[in-house]
Ligand binder design. Sequence first.
Ligand code: PLP
Length: 263
Amino acid sequence: MNGTTQALTIAGFDGGGGAGMQADLKTFQERFVFGTSVLTALPIQNTKGVTNVFDLPMDAIEEQLVSIKDDFRISAVKTGMLFTAEITALVAEFLRTADFGPLVVDPVMIAKSGHALLKDSAVQAVKEELLPLAYVVTPNVPEAEVLTGRTITTKEEMIKAGREIQQMGAKNVVVKGGHHLEGINSEDMLLLENGQVEWLFGKRIDTKNTHGTGCTFSACITAELAKGYSVFEAVTTAKAYIQAAIEDGLSVGNGNGPTNHWA
Ligand code: PLP
């Protein structure tokens, strides 16, 4: 079916099925988009967390990218776990000419279990090589703090950080308040390309089933962009989708249950 909308995730593995590439592919499917994937690294993880991360050979990552480009018509692409500066640079170099449609960058840094998914030495490569290519970037508050070097405790500071991240080259920026800022609501800040700020409201949900929330959110944005929706439509759909998915989070495993299932 050549008319089927196709998207790509460039991401790390979660054999537990809750986050990373697995969450992205399940979300694409839920949003009626055909999902393809390129693996960047092999974390060993389940709902309790990440216990180790194995490297892949750089050649293996590059050959996967070439293989996808050789066969599919990708309408939108997202990056998740990129792990090292070398992988980030390789992916950015490839995306510069790949013609994969809008790029959503989820600047994944640390798993809830505390394991690094991006080495400190790779942050500069994300800022300098990947963000200038990004149509949308979706940091949570701690990630926005690392990208900007700012402390963020208020909505004004979320906006300021968003503007600085925009100056790094990303066209649209979502700073996710999520569970990181105080309050009964979870508010995300969407800074549009034209400088306009939109607030996305959500009810704070008391649950431990939040594994893969960020991956699922950015995958939903990617799927909606692939279908041709505007960034505002894609982000508001993703906010509603992730809200419903968290409310309905599954208790599988003993740790944090996943949010990536039907919503
Ligand atoms: N594992 C991988 C491969 C990921 O890309 C991500 C995304 O942020 C996570 C784990 C995060 O898991 P958690 O939502 O539990 O922090």
